[in-house]
Design a protein around this ligand. Structure first.
Ligand SMILES: Nc1nc2c(ncn2[C@@H]2O[C@H](COP(=O)(O)OP(=O)(O)OP(=O)(O)O)[C@@H](O)[C@H]2O)c(=O)[nH]1
Ligand SMILES: [Mg+2]
Length: 242
């Protein structure tokens, strides 16, 4: 998070993390397609011909809030391939929230697990604690045939500490839900810590809905956020028992 108090401009950083080919870049591409140009900047991607992100993708978004605050959001993806660990660590620096994009295919279960451990380690190396960071989980590729069952994901969500969304990123399904859920969670955390809504006269309860409207989101943003399984993104995360 960066705050320019004089310009009244807040910049927050959200990172899409996960194993190789889970659909992180596809999420940003879908967000870019689904939003109007008024608030979104250019999507910058750098990949090889077979869809592998080499460094990172970046989608900048900017908003004028109802109060006196300008908000800039920088959405990053990390490169999922195992060899790019140091790049992932670099991209994670200063992250305010993370969306973990898991691949629903049964064959990818182990890769998801390894990537989640890698996230925890890279956060730690950056002085961040996974248990304290705003985090949502997306199970992507729900359209493929051999995937983890809905029941199993519901069960995981019930016992986990993070809101869980299901998605088909290539069709844009679940993409706005995941983004708005992460934004709601992250805003809540920052506002609790820094009292931005009071300082800048921003209405906290309608904050995410107002931003969603500026993004040109069709449909009810609140219902999209509520599509989460498990923990409600608008409430605090359950305290860790481990
Ligand atoms: N069937 C299906 N394919 C998907 C879905 N999401 C992404 N893909 C495909 O999976 C491949 C990898 O998607 P990317 O978005 O590039 O994956 P990534 O997570 O950015 O991969 P890295 O950059 O290597 O970490 C592409 O061929 C996508 O078209 C989905 O929901 N369903
Ligand atoms: Mg990518």
């Amino acid at each position: 998070m960066q705050l320019d108090f004089v310009a009244r401009e807040l910049t927050i950083k959200l990172v899409y993390y996960g194993p190789a080919l889970s659909g992180k870049t596809s999420n940003l591409q879908a967000l870019h397609r689904l939003t109007s140009d008024a608030s979104r900047g250019r999507l910058m991607t750098l990949e090889t011909r077979d869809d592998r992100t080499l460094f990172f993708d970046l989608l900048p978004l900017s908003f004028k809030t109802e109060g006196e605050l300008s908000l800039r959001i920088k959405l990053f993806t990390v490169p999922g391939q195992v060899i790019h660990s140091s790049t992932r660590r670099l991209v994670l620096q200063g992250a305010d929230g993370v969306a973990f994009i898991a691949d629903s295919q049964l064959s990818e279960t182990e890769n998801n697990r390894v990537s989640f451990l890698d996230l925890r380690q890279n956060l730690k190396d950056n002085g961040l604690d996974l248990r304290k960071l705003p985090l949502v989980i997306q199970f992507n590729k729900r359209d493929l045939p051999i995937i983890r069952a809905d029941d199993e994901i519901a069960e995981l969500a019930k016992h986990g500490r993070e809101p869980v969304y299901k998605a088909v990123a290539t069709r844009g399904e679940g993409v706005l839900e995941t983004f708005l859920g992460l934004l709601a969670l992250t805003w809540r955390r920052l506002d609790d810590e820094h009292d931005f809504s009071n300082k800048f006269k921003v209405r906290s309860d309608t904050f995410v809905a107002a931003l969603a409207r500026q993004l040109g989101v069709e449909g009810d943003p609140q219902r999209m956020i509520d599509a989460a399984l498990g923990v409600d993104p608008r409430s605090s995360r359950k305290e860790s028992t481990s």
